[in-house]
Structure formats: C-alpha cells, structure tokens
Design a protein around this ligand. Structure first.
Ligand code: ASP
Length: 445
C-alpha cells in the first residue's frame, strides 16, 4: 500500500464547495497524511484568509478597529462549517485567538491561524486525527528549520496514532526556539508538506493546486501552453529561477534529498495526471527533450574589454569583488578572451551604477567599459541538452527568422539549460517563437 502525503493549497480550500472536492480526492486510502493551507481565493474578488490575518495584525498594531476584519474572517469559516454540515464551535476558537492576541500581539501567531482553524474544521468533518504543526516542525531561527529534530518528532507523533484515520496537519508554521509560533515565508505550506513527506519517507508528495501541473511556459505569453509531464527537480529549479512559479522554492530540498517525487495536481480536475517532479532523468539515453522555456526582463550587462585580460591572474576576481562590495548578486558572467561581462538585475545596479563604473575604471583600467540595459534572459531547459548538437541551431534559426538579435548566450555548467539574452522589446516574441519551435521537439542525437 502506498503512503502518500498530500498538501492542498488555498484555492482547494477557499470555500465548502472546493473542500468537498478535496474530500472526494481523500477517499483514496493511500492518501493518509494531509497538510493544509489556509482558505485562499478562487477568483479575483476573494481575499486569502492569510491576507486578512495580516490585515488584522496591522489593525492591532495601529490600534485601529479590527472588528470588521474578524467578522470577515469568521464568515469565511462559517460558510465552510455550514457547507460541510458539521458542528464546530467557531466562536470559542475566535474568542481564544482574540484573548491570546490581547495578551501578546504576535504576527506569526495571528497569521498562522488560517491553517490552524481549517485543519481543525476538516479533521472534525472527516473524524480524522489532528496534529498541530507547532508540535512537529521546529525552527532554529526564522529562516532555518531544525530538520533532524522535526523529522524525529514527526515520526514519533505519527507512530503514536493507532487508528487508521487520516492525519490532518496545518501547513505554514511550526515552533520557534522561544516556544512561540513561527511561520515560513508566504506559500510555506508547500515546505511543511515536503518536510512531512521526507520524515515518513512517503511514496510520493502530492501537491494539489488549481492548475493541472507545471506549464511549459508562461501562460500570460503563450495561450494554453502544454503541461510538463515529467521534470527533474534540477530542471524545475532552473525554470523557477527564471520566473516559473510553481512551488515554494524551499519545498524542494526535503523531498529531493531522498528522491521522493512531487506530483503537482489539480483539485478541480482530479483525474489529470499533472506534473511529476523526479530526481533523475529517465532511462532515455541520448533522447533529448526540452522541458520548458522561461524568462525574465530587466537585466543589465556590464561589459569590460581589456587586451590580454586572459593573462592577468585575478582579473575576474577583482571585477566580481566590485559587485560584492555593493552587495549586488551576479546572475551570469559570460567571458571571452579579452572581454568579460557581468549580468545583474537592473534595479540592483541602479543605486551604485556610477560608483561601480568608477571602481572598475580605477582598479582594472579597461580599454572599454560599457553597460547594456534592457536585457531579457530566457532559459531553455531540458534533458540531455548536452547531447544535442541541434538545439542551438533550432534556437538561433527560429530567433533569426523572426528578426530577433541574440545579445548573449550562456550554457549553464549544469548543462541542463541554455540562457539566451535578447532585448527587452523582443522578450514576449522570443518566448512565443521558442515555444512553438521547441515544444514538441524530440531529437535523438
Ligand atoms: N496561507 C499562507 C499563504 O497564503 C501559506 C500557504 O498558503 O502556503 O502564504
């Protein structure tokens, strides 16, 4: 029998109608452990409960009237309780929360209550076991989870449960060193699910959302892009870094470390296969597949030219140090024999542009130094890209056929992506033509 951890996102829990779909999915006995986000939104008119809780916290801090916010949050839960047709004393829960807040206004405590309450309500509706995340997930500091301690506690607590009922765990928070509730950053229930899945060595980590998996490219730029069926963690990291948003980026680490696959699924279309995110490429020897295309605008390239640069030991290190001095992270660094370029986000360069030019001029005495702005970076990510002799030809042909000038190219050392720089004004068009050309490409090299 499988042992599946599943996490449901806010849109799957936005109201009672959505939650009934979740119950239907949970009829499968293999889905034993369930991690929940707070009720979110299914359309633009809705507000996420977590956003309302942040509003509530701000109202408390500013000593503003908060009764209407409490009422709005409470009404969301009342609709769910009534829609599920269960008895649940929401008033007492809210009184408790208000009492705690008066005693100590704590942002993380307040904003975690959406996950806490929905998990309490759903465990009641399913007669399931409820385990509070504060007893399972431990933080060393706000950014760091104590994995060993959390894994051990998760295993111990789950082992204690002797019945066969589901186990419901709120996502997004745990306990800090001081014994107070500590939350992850926004979207952090994905991380909770991943930690729980890793702790119990789950067969699979199902992440239920409102899309049928990870899309091949940005749906704002290409209409109905294809869904990626399989992708490795590393490939997805490349796509996410380049702007594809799927899971919280810290959610990969726990499951990927031990190779548990993540299945991104759609609560509204439960039979869709979604996307399977796996550790290793499959047995597709020499088969080359592009898995996706993603990109971002607004980069700048600082280009330094100096004759005999390659003979000067430490040239690059001095150049990089100048960016380090101004705390600017370097995205790419394509170099030639007598040229080096440093690619950074334009907004980061803005503040120290003149200082950087002055430092480079003084320390490196270049023959030429110039900055190219309005650069977009596009990543073509794929499996076995390193084997493909033809991919570059396809990319350059399709870009040049469409009068798009390639300003930069960088093949990541991971060899699973090729980064192309184009002018910002060509960005949207580039994504479209690359999608059309590469989406169904399969080459055996
Ligand atoms: N409810 C939190 C948020 O809206 C955490 C989550 O959904 O994962 O960010």
């Amino acid at each position: 029998m499988n042992n599946i951890v599943c996490k449901f996102g806010g849109s799957s829990l936005a109201n009672s109608k959505q939650i009934l779909k979740v119950f239907d999915i949970l009829k499968n006995d293999d889905r034993k452990i369930v991690v929940l986000s707070a009720p979110g939104k299914i359309n633009d008119r809705d507000t996420k409960v977590t956003d309302l809780l942040f509003e509530l916290y701000n109202a408390f801090i500013k000593k503003q009237n908060f009764e209407n916010i409490i009422l709005e949050i409470k009404n969301r839960f009342v609709e769910i309780i009534n829609g599920l047709n269960i008895e649940f004393d929401i008033d007492t829960e809210f009184d408790k929360i208000c009492e705690n807040i008066k005693f100590n206004i704590d942002r993380d405590y307040i904003t975690s209550r959406g996950e806490y309450l929905i998990s309490k309500i759903i465990s009641k509706a399913l007669s399931a076991n409820f385990i509070d995340a504060k007893d399972l997930i431990f933080f060393i500091d706000k950014e760091t989870v104590d994995f060993d301690k959390s894994y051990k506690k998760i295993r111990d607590e789950i082992k204690k449960i002797k019945n066969n009922k589901k186990i419901i765990i709120p996502g997004f928070y745990g306990m800090g060193q001081n014994g107070n509730i500590t939350t992850f950053s926004r979207g952090g229930s994905d991380i909770t699910g991943s930690i729980i899945a890793a702790a119990i060595n789950s067969t699979i980590y199902e992440n239920w959302t409102d899309v049928s998996g990870v899309l091949w490219t940005d749906p704002h730029l290409v209409k109905n892009p294809k869904t990626i069926e399989y992708i490795t963690y590393a490939e997805l990291r490349e796509l996410s870094y380049m702007g594809a948003t799927v899971l919280h980026e810290d959610a990969f680490y726990p499951v990927s470390k031990i190779g548990i696959p993540i299945n991104v699924l759609n609560t509204n279309k439960k039979n869709d296969k979604g996307t399977m995110i796996v550790k290793n490429e499959f047995n597709e020897k020499n088969k080359f597949v592009v898995t996706g295309v993603a990109g971002k605008k607004n980069f700048s390239s600082v280009i330094v030219e100096k004759t005999l640069m390659n003979n000067q030991v430490g040239f690059l290190s001095k150049l990089l140090n100048i960016f380090y001095k101004y705390n600017i992270s370097v995205e790419h660094c394509p170099t030639g024999i007598d040229t080096a370029s440093i690619i950074v986000k334009s907004e980061l360069l803005k503040e120290y542009r003149n200082e950087i030019i002055a430092d480079i001029t003084k320390q490196l005495e270049p023959n030429n130094l110039f900055i190219e702005d309005n650069l977009s970076l596009i990543a073509v990510v794929g499996r076995n890209i390193k084997f493909s002799n033809e991919l570059l030809k396809y990319i350059f042909d399709v870009l040049s056929d469409n009068n798009i000038t390639v300003k930069m190219i960088d093949q990541g050392s991971s060899r699973i992506s090729i980064i192309i720089g184009v002018d910002d004004s060509d960005f949207e068009k580039s994504i479209k033509v690359l999608y059309n050309k590469l989406v169904d490409l399969e080459i055996r090299s």
